[in-house]
Every structure is written in structure tokens, then in C-alpha cells.
Design a protein around this ligand. Structure first.
Ligand SMILES: C[S@@+](CC[C@H](N)C(=O)[O-])C[C@H]1O[C@@H](n2cnc3c(N)ncnc32)[C@H](O)[C@@H]1O
Length: 364
């Protein structure tokens, strides 16, 4: 077997995916679990032209910011990215990353809402399995393998018994699976008993925000943005169960989602990734104007936002996003005169590179 290429690295900065970046000539190396200023040896796992995805072999010069991770799986696990620094430093990485992303929309100042708990916050965890290999854990895409995480600390304490049982009885569970590979999801809903779903799509029983405490802070942020704002009609786009529009004091709220939470007149099932969804919604409702939009799409964003905005001309637009780059893309595509009046980074996913962004826009 050909020997893998090894390189000596010196990390320059952390990228938005939480990986250390090392550049040499025109070659760029991404090395997860390293920190700026660190020197060491890495192995190249995959390459695409001059971009290389690597794995640390050893670190000879450690950053003074480095701490011992709270989780024993951290070095191998693809789930968390920042447990090798304290939470203050993690937030600094996220703020720097968000600041760079915001440059194309005029670098608005933003407030950061930090999380009360860095671990034990997720009410939903998805693990992947490989039946023949008897493996259960998170997928490390770079190495194309499942990393087992029996002592993972990311989930809420209420899930502990079920999580531990999954690992303890893993052989029995996997023997019963029909498929050679798949996934299992463990989740808590409305403080009920933990539920286990095998091989269903993510959040098959309906989307809920994964971090309950931070969802409350997100709802506070939406409520604050709406203070003093009066509207007759609101559209809660990608509304799920109507979580975000609970704070809106409006006469009429239309919830639109591909999988509407309820079978009620104001819950509309539409695929918002299609351009026809606007025409279909307008036809069903005869609505001509909506003063408020609350938009909360999945990572792909909402490519048709500008058409919806042009049609309903909202006075206020609150865009909440788990993938700030697509939010920024969609806001840049707006053709009408809107002003960004508030931007926030809400740390819904501590210990990982993910975070939630919120932008509040007013019609000028
Ligand atoms: C980030 S969640 C937000 C849900 C809700 N706003 C909340 O706070 O709980 C994104 C929502 O978009 C919905 N969704 C995903 N793709 C969609 C599509 N193409 N069209 C309409 N809704 C979609 C999902 O069902 C999910 O409810």
C-alpha cells in the first residue's frame, strides 16, 4: 500500500469549520483539532487539487490556549470541534468567523448570545451504525469510518439511560436491523420519555430546536426585535410547529413548512425550495400583503426569499439561520430597500463550529 503523505505544519488560523489551516506555497491543508500557532506532523487523508484534508499525527508545539477536553472521545470524534479550548475562546473563533461572513452585507455589528451549558444540551442525537462491523457512533467523513462514542457528553442528562443502553445492548439491537448500514435517533420531546427511531429521516416526528435553553433565548431575541412593532399578518416561513412566531402579536399568522405540524387552515404544506410555492400560496390564501416575515430555513437557505418579499412587501423581516452563509446570500439577493437593524450570533450548538445567526431587517 502506498504510504500516506505527511507534512510538518504550523497553524495559521481556524476556519469556519473549526479546523486549523496551514498554507505552504499554493497548497492549503485543513487539520482538525489543531489551534493557531501549533506546530506538528499531520497525515494527508484526501486531496482535491491543491486542497488537502489531514489528520494530526503529533503536536510538537502546543498553543497556550489548549486545555484538556472534557470528553474522552474529543480527539477522534467528528461531533465536537472546540473542546480543546475554553468556552470564551470558542466564542472568539465563532465571532471572528461570523464577522468575516458578514463583510458582503456591510459588516453589521452583532451581539453574541452565549450558551449556559457547553455540554449536555442536545435533546436529539443521531448515531450511525454498521451492522457487520458492529459499530455505532458518529461518521468521520474524512476517514470514512464510524467513531464510537459511548461516553459522549453532548446530550441532555434525560437521555443518558437510553444512550448507555444503546451501547450496552448494541449487539442485540444491530443483529435485528435489516439494513447493513443506517442510523438511530434518540430524542426528547416536550419533556416526555426519550424516544428511539431507527432508520427514519432526521426529525421524522417533526422538527424541534435541539437546544432547549438556547431556544428560549432565541425566542427572547425574536420577542425583543418585535417590541413595539404591530402587524396584522405574519408569515412564519419554514415555521415547523410555529416555535418562532409565538412571540408575534399579530391577528393572522400563516405557518408554511414542507411538513406542517398541524392540519389546520393556517398551517400550509409547501415545498419552499420550488418557485411555484409562492404562486400556490397566493392562490390558496388570496393574501396580498404581510407586514411581518419570520424565516428559518434549513442549511440550504431560502433561494426564493426575494420573490416572496417582493410579493408581500413585509415591513419587518426576521431571518434566523443555522447556516449564516446561506442567510447572507439570501439577504444580498433582496431587490428592495431593506435596512439591517439588528444582527445576533446565538450559540445554539456549543462545542461545535455551528451557531445560529439572526438578522432583523426593516423596510426603508
Ligand atoms: C430550522 S427548522 C425551523 C423550524 C421552526 N422555525 C422552529 O424554530 O422550530 C427548518 C424547517 O424547515 C422545514 N423545511 C425543510 N425544507 C423545506 C422545504 N423545502 N420547504 C418547506 N419547509 C422546509 C423543516 O420541516 C423544518 O421545520
Amino acid at each position: 500500500m502506498a504510504q500516506k503523505l505527511q507534512i510538518n505544519f504550523l497553524i495559521d488560523h481556524i476556519d469556519p469549520l473549526g479546523q486549523g489551516v496551514f498554507k505552504l506555497d499554493d497548497q492549503v491543508y485543513f487539520i482538525p483539532k489543531t489551534l493557531p500557532g501549533e506546530k506538528g506532523l499531520a497525515e494527508v487523508l484526501k486531496s482535491r487539487k491543491n486542497i488537502h484534508f489531514c489528520k494530526v499525527i503529533k503536536i510538537d508545539q502546543l498553543s497556550t490556549d489548549r486545555i484538556t477536553p472534557e470528553c474522552p472521545h474529543f480527539n477522534e470524534c467528528p461531533g465536537c470541534h472546540y473542546l480543546n479550548v475554553d468556552y470564551k475562546e470558542e466564542l472568539e473563533f465563532k465571532k471572528a468567523s461570523f464577522k468575516r461572513m458578514l463583510a458582503p452585507i456591510g459588516s453589521p455589528e452583532f451581539e453574541t448570545v452565549q450558551a449556559p451549558n457547553r455540554l449536555n444540551y442536545r435533546n436529539r442525537v443521531q448515531l450511525h451504525y454498521h451492522k457487520r462491523a458492529q459499530k455505532l457512533g458518529f461518521i468521520n467523513g474524512n476517514e470514512n469510518k464510524i467513531v464510537e462514542v459511548p461516553n459522549c457528553k453532548i446530550y441532555r442528562p434525560e437521555l443518558e439511560t437510553s444512550f448507555k443502553e444503546l451501547y450496552a445492548k448494541r449487539d442485540q439491537y444491530l443483529r435485528k436491523r435489516q439494513r447493513p448500514k443506517g442510523h438511530v435517533e434518540l430524542y426528547l420531546r416536550n419533556n416526555e420519555q426519550p424516544q428511539i427511531n431507527w432508520d427514519k429521516s432526521y426529525a421524522a416526528d417533526g422538527f424541534t430546536q435541539v437546544n432547549h435553553d438556547m431556544n428560549l433565548k432565541l425566542l427572547d431575541s425574536v420577542a425583543q426585535a418585535l417590541e413595539g412593532f404591530e402587524a396584522k399578518t405574519a408569515l412564519d416561513l419554514f415555521g415547523g410547529d410555529g416555535n418562532l412566531s409565538k412571540a408575534a402579536k399579530v391577528t393572522e399568522i400563516f405557518h408554511i413548512d414542507r411538513y406542517p405540524f398541524e392540519q389546520k387552515d393556517n398551517f400550509h404544506s409547501l415545498d419552499l425550495s420550488t418557485p411555484e410555492s409562492l404562486e400556490e400560496f397566493a392562490r390558496r390564501t388570496n393574501l396580498e400583503q404581510a407586514q411581518l416575515f419570520i424565516v428559518d430555513p434549513p442549511r440550504a437557505g431560502f433561494k426564493h426569499l426575494s420573490q416572496w418579499v417582493e410579493h408581500f412587501r413585509p415591513q419587518m423581516l426576521i431571518y434566523v439561520s443555522c447556516h449564516p452563509q446561506t442567510m447572507i446570500r439570501d439577504l444580498r439577493a433582496l431587490d428592495m430597500p431593506y435596512e439591517i437593524v439588528q444582527t445576533k450570533l446565538l450559540d445554539l450548538f456549543p462545542s461545535t463550529f455551528h451557531f445560529e445567526a439572526m438578522s432583523v431587517l426593516r423596510f426603508k
